[in-house]
Design a protein around this ligand. Structure first.
Ligand code: HEM
Length: 561
């Protein structure tokens, strides 16, 4: 329940329209539950780490040292009215009601002027409101940003949109509708012919998902926000909800890749489901959404059947999109939450809910209803399922290898320190070093190697320079520890996968169009090397797939707890 606050800014009236920041003291203390109330398009407040705002203590309005080193506290912005003028469109609303530091940092490679942040600022979060997994102290990410933006400018490339993505989008849309049409028209031919067209439709749907909607919803398909919106809607065109995808992918998976909140896991184990605003948002839904069917995180309790998960995983992957279209979308739209993530920011609006139902109805009528009418109920249903199986298999194959694979790290948030040798954390924060399934810490290994390289000199290394300090839980460094590339530098695979083959670059720069990843890959890799941060690449999709299956096999045996 949302409680009124002393200033009245959060009263019922306050919920209807945004607060005029000029009349609200920037020193006003805002609680976590108050922030959580402003979680809708009609009233959207978000918290960002004060260092994300790039502000000094004086600018924060606190006057005195708060002990945060300029980066410990959180400021609160009211972005309700700003959404209509925001260059990234209504993506800014995704931040509503939450700690939006990661979104704020990652979607603005050129930064955001302080004056804008100050204008939107309405207060400061109560001390201790959030305990984040991440550190923002190192200059690793800011160096990456300036080098990547510099490279794109040098080559005359736009950060968002490209001719390549637009031509490809037309080809994929034509391919999808042409396959669907041929599937309809095959009613007097052998079932096999229609089944092949249905598979083709499924493959085009998967590629629309990774190439058009993915960039569109990340704000990377084009410079114009309306074009991005339409590109994002292609998700609904292929039958799934773009809103649910945004909640799961942009609010869950991207900011908190492979991180598991152990308190929530413990609660779940005991059957306790506390209020949304009391839940920790820092947990990646992608690593636990398939549990207990599959064990994708080393801290999940293994069951006997997980021993066989590497065998049945490819079958489960294939039904993945069916589960999204028929179960997850409806559950999220009606409950307005996805696991621990508040989905009100999208499903709290009547227009959005109407759009959800209309698009479901329309897409189901041409993808399922019409084939059933033309081919008969059983054949029509069969064709629909065949299309989805092809779509699900391709999507999962290209996606899962990026985060569930030998060598990749997993993070965990725990209540009282980590307690084991590998994970002693010296700063009292409730985070542990990301480790692999085997318990090693790639970050430590990479930094040791970097120190040795520096000591040896040569190989382009400046031995007069010390290795820059990067905490193991630096946000950008965590992305490099938890994501893996395959076929890096390959123009073809980058285009085919919609940039999934350059997953490290994608996680670091989600708002940069995927056609640019081949142009920035070497910049990211060399900066990682310079800073002693892991950068894992597999030579091809096939090698990555083999390693993913092997990894699932080991996880299934419950080798490491
Ligand atoms: C929280 C307060 C936010 C403020 C004050 C803000 C402000 C801005 C500003 C000033 C720009 C223009 C930057 C430039 O020209 O390089 C911008 C661009 C953008 N914003 Fe935000 N933003 C906010 C949150 C968000 C969030 C939460 C998202 C995504 C979920 C987002 C996505 C984008 C995108 C995609 C662009 C275009 C980036 C580009 O041109 O490279 N913004 N924003």
């Amino acid at each position: 329940m949302c409680k009124p606050n002393p200033s009245g800014a959060n009263s019922d009236a306050g919920m209807k329209k945004s607060v005029d920041p000029s009349v609200v003291s920037k020193k006003r203390i805002i609680t976590r539950s108050e922030l959580a109330c402003h979680n809708q398009p009609s009233s959207a407040w978000c918290a960002i780490h004060s260092s994300a705002g790039g502000m000094t203590k004086k600018e924060k309005g606190e006057g005195e040292d708060d002990g945060s080193g300029g980066g410990g506290g959180y400021i609160v912005l009211d972005v309700t009215n700003f959404a209509s003028v925001h260059p990234g469109g209504d993506l800014v609303l995704l931040a509503a009601g939450k700690d939006a530091s990661v979104l704020f940092e990652t979607y603005h490679p050129r930064g955001v002027p302080r004056s804008i942040v100050e204008k939107l600022r309405i207060g400061t979060m109560e001390d201790g409101s959030f305990t984040s997994f991440y550190s923002w102290e190192s200059d690793f990410y800011s160096t990456l940003k300036s080098r990547v933006v510099g490279r794109l400018e040098e080559r005359g490339l736009s950060r968002r949109g490209s001719l390549g993505i637009q031509v490809k989008a037309i080809f994929l849309l034509v391919g999808f509708w042409y396959s669907l049409l041929n599937m309809y028209l095959g009613m007097n031919r052998a079932f096999l012919a229609s089944a092949l067209w249905s598979m083709s439709m499924g493959i085009f749907a998967a590629l629309i998902g990774t190439n058009i909607q993915h960039d569109g919803n990340h704000g990377a398909f084009a410079r114009a926000k309306y074009v991005n919106k339409v590109a994002g809607w292609t998700m609904d065109m292929i039958g799934a909800s773009a809103f649910t995808w945004e909640i799961q992918h942009m609010l869950g998976h991207h900011p908190y890749t492979n991180v598991l909140d152990m308190v929530e896991e413990e609660r779940k184990g005991m059957g306790v489901d506390c209020k949304l605003e009391e839940k920790d948002q820092e947990s990646d839904p992608d690593v636990f959404s398939s549990f207990p069917l599959m064990r994708m995180h080393p801290l999940h309790v293994p069951s006997w059947y997980h021993r066989y998960q590497h065998m049945y995983a490819p079958v489960l992957f294939a039904v993945m999109t069916l589960a999204k279209v028929f179960q997850q979308d409806f559950e999220v739209a009606t409950s307005r939450r996805l696991y621990h993530i508040d989905a009100n920011v999208r499903y709290g609006s009547g227009w959005n809910v109407a759009r959800f139902w209309i698009m479901k109805l329309v897409s189901m009528s041409y993808m399922l209803g019409l084939p059933m009418y033309l081919h008969g109920p059983a054949r029509g249903l069969g064709l629909f399922v065949i299309g989805h199986l092809a779509c699900g298999e391709l999507l999962a194959t290209m996606f899962i290898v990026n985060h569930v694979i030998e060598g990749v790290s997993y993070g965990r948030k725990v209540p009282n320190g980590c307690g084991d040798r590998n994970n002693d954390n010296d700063d009292g924060k409730k985070v542990c070093k990301p480790t692999t399934m085997m318990g090693d810490t790639p970050m430590e290994r990479t930094r040791e190697m970097a120190h040795e390289r520096i000591a040896r000199g040569g190989g382009g290394v400046d031995e007069t320079k010390a290795l820059p300090s990067v905490p193991f839980n630096d946000w950008a460094a965590v992305q490099c520890q938890t994501s893996v590339n395959w076929a890096p530098g390959s123009w073809f695979w980058n285009h085919f996968s919609g940039g999934l083959s350059h997953q490290i670059e994608h996680h670091l720069f989600p708002s940069i169009c995927h056609t640019n990843y081949v142009h920035i890959q070497d910049v990211v890799e060399s900066t990682c090397m310079e800073y002693g941060v892991p950068y894992q690449s597999e030579p091809s999709l096939w090698v990555a797939y083999g390693k993913m299956i092997n990894h699932l096999k080991c996880l299934g045996r419950g080798k490491i707890e």
